[in-house]
Design a binder for this molecule. Sequence first.
Ligand code: FMN
Length: 306
Amino acid sequence: MIDMSRLGVDFAGVHFKNPIIPASGTFGYGREYEEFFDLSLLGGISVKGTTGSRRNGNLPPRIAETPSGMLNSVGLQNPGIDHFIGEELPYLKTKNTVVIANIAGSNEDEYRTVAEKLDSTDVDMIEVNISCPNVKAGGAAFGVSCDGAARITRVVRKATSKPVMMKLSPNVTDITEIAKACESEGADAVSLINTLLGMRIDIRTKRPILHNNVGGLSGPAVFPVALRMVWQTANAVKIPVCGMGGVSSWEDAVEMMMAGAVLVQVGAALFSDPNCPVKIVEGLSEYCRNQGLSSVTELTGSVKVW
Ligand SMILES: Cc1cc2nc3c(=O)[nH]c(=O)nc-3n(C[C@H](O)[C@H](O)[C@H](O)COP(=O)(O)O)c2cc1C
């Protein structure tokens, strides 16, 4: 039994029983993880990125191991929004946890259509991926300029009254400018970071290991970069920040919160330990008790900068 009494968090008008959420694309729709733990122990679930219609993703190989991390070029493989709403959402809504739909599109119309369809469902929040480095059209193309980020935020904001969280790309010169552009168009929150663009080459074949040539780096290797970006962003915007990138332990989650995150997502770490989100919730609870905190929210932004 995990003591959740200190772990409740309000974020963009939604109550989370604790701040720990499996990150989009690393948890599917939760079904495969149910054999490891009770999904109701999670603060929420961010589901696999969903587009207007079914996508097969990129050709394999699309995963490569890297020092303390991994590269992926899955490319938004998903069964499409109608399948999500008809088959996955009803299942997820029985799990007593916050359900975050993660959406993506090739153009403004696709983002609009998907957001409009979700508006009439009981999904709790929409995370808008403007930062996928693995698709040719759309995705990161919007998230790497203030204008693109603002345009997609505007389109989604108009299409839904659900809380909107814009997911930011680290592949930019100044992530705070992108966050401010989203905030100014009515985003309720931002989440960051998506993966860092990377590459590996097989020296025997001279071919890139990924069929897509490049892919997104995630896992512990990116943690310090993610932490720095969360800290900068939390200091630049008034809307709340959901931090992720390389979190694999409760200590990492505490650091993320100290840097300014209200919620924390866990991605690649799930592939080496499927139980890690629950271990993080447990560790966070213990830490709060040992530190004499009445609420985990006291951690957010508590870093004492030099
Ligand atoms: C295999 C894989 C698939 C992913 N798919 C998505 C996706 O569909 N939508 C999205 O917004 N982010 C996606 N991401 C990015 C993660 O949600 C997260 O932002 C990133 O991996 C950094 O966190 P981590 O280091 O804890 O994995 C994916 C990451 C991985 C490793």
